[in-house]
Write a protein that binds this ligand. Sequence first.
Ligand code: NAD
Length: 490
Amino acid sequence: MSTAILRYPNACDFIDGKFSDSKGLASLDVVSPLDGEVISQVQLSGEVELNLAVVSAQKAFSSWSKWTIKDRVQIFFNYRELLKKHSKELAELIHHENGKTIEEAIAEVDKSIELTEFACSLPQLIQGEILEVSRGVECRIDRFPVGIVASIVPFNFPLMVPNWTLPNAIALGNCMILKPSEKVPLSSMWIARLLKESGLPDGVLSIVNGDSRIVEAICKHQGIAAVSFVGSTKVAKIVYSLATSNFKRALCLGGAKNHLLVLPDANPEMTASNVAASVTGCAGQRCMAASAMVAVGNVDHIIQKLCDEARKIIPGKNLGAVISKESKERIERYITEAEKAGAKILVDGRNYKVLGKEDGFYVGPTIIDLVTPDMKIASEEVFGPVVAIIRVNNMEEAMQIENRNPYGNAASVFTQNGAAARYVLDHAEAGMIGVNIGVPVPREPFSFGGWNESKFGVGDITGNSSIDLWTRLKKTTIKWNPESKTNWMS
Ligand code: NAD
């Protein structure tokens, strides 16, 4: 633990509209991946802090849930303006705490603004339904909030992933408890600050920091009605089973192993630059990053260009750092094991040092050819700027490779042939498909979510689909006419 004056104030909980000075269970260093510097400390909270957050949320819910949605979204119009106003400071902070490049951090702020704009449009999207179902009798449906809900988030998008859940859940009338990643707890404090300045009443949003202990407490807490989770598959399974066995609504997004299928007729320049960007963007730490490239037939000319593109991507310049020393070591281990198993390293990013930032956690772009399906790197999530090339003879083989992997977040195909693209769209076991797109993230209002081991629960986490996650339907049948005759339908 460091005693020096740190670059950022300590990360602490936000409960009842105030940053708390509780000491929690312990505290952890927050380390910048850019240079290994300790930039802050985070207090790890426990049940005591969680209970305070739930009590404050319950108090706030009785009033917040009764605001009209048109009034509630006014807060998010203000929040959007504040995100824009502070985008430079926010991007700088994301850059420091997460290690991604400034340009990527700016894109993260922009995406958070887009997510907020979707929340602002919710009054137009959640009108109820009404129908005269028999003479003088009408049925109507209204949406009600679920109650106190929790959002547990990962390290890779410290601002954007909280904004996947928070604006929609809160605008729909819920009170939210956010649990940031203990590796990147600082951006969430900004969210709290900006929402308070936007006019959000105290208690509607609380932040509790911590590790697996607070996550477990959230999943078991009787006062919390729904839990959303974004992170690795291992933890998504733990959270989904714990939350649902405690009778909560849950949606848990897990890890990924996204395959890009490259066909010989693909546009070589566009494919090479898209694949390189997908593999290396955010240092490969995106659940939508390309991790395996399935070369269908002879695509050597495209692989050559991909290597040329990868060599233009320089750590510390246009490639950020990975989150920790352990991550760097784990990623490099995957590369070394693949090499030992007979794969060929075409571009090698191991042992990279950035001048002046020798203690940073950098891995250079890495392209590995001749990977076979039995190698670990072909099936496991690496979460670094690394792509494994698996060679196959035809589309059927390619699809078998894609569908054998247990995850199902995204898959893409690069081709000029519409029928081949359609084949992938029809057969790939993935929730998000790209055609000539390396990172097929659906933009608002389209919803985000994978299949299979990449998601547990019903529906998606953003866009239109999230409306069902954060609301309950109330069905009302009304008769005002004086008719006394009754039958089973009236
Ligand atoms: P992680 O699963 O280690 O942590 C996510 C959250 O769970 C954190 O808040 C952490 O404190 C908590 N946690 C960690 N271990 C826990 C445990 N044993 N019990 C209970 N809670 C625990 O994930 P990460 O390393 O922060 O993020 C990277 C992972 O997230 C990758 O697998 C990536 O694919 C995935 N991810 C998925 C999506 C998606 O949309 N599917 C989006 C972003 C990231």
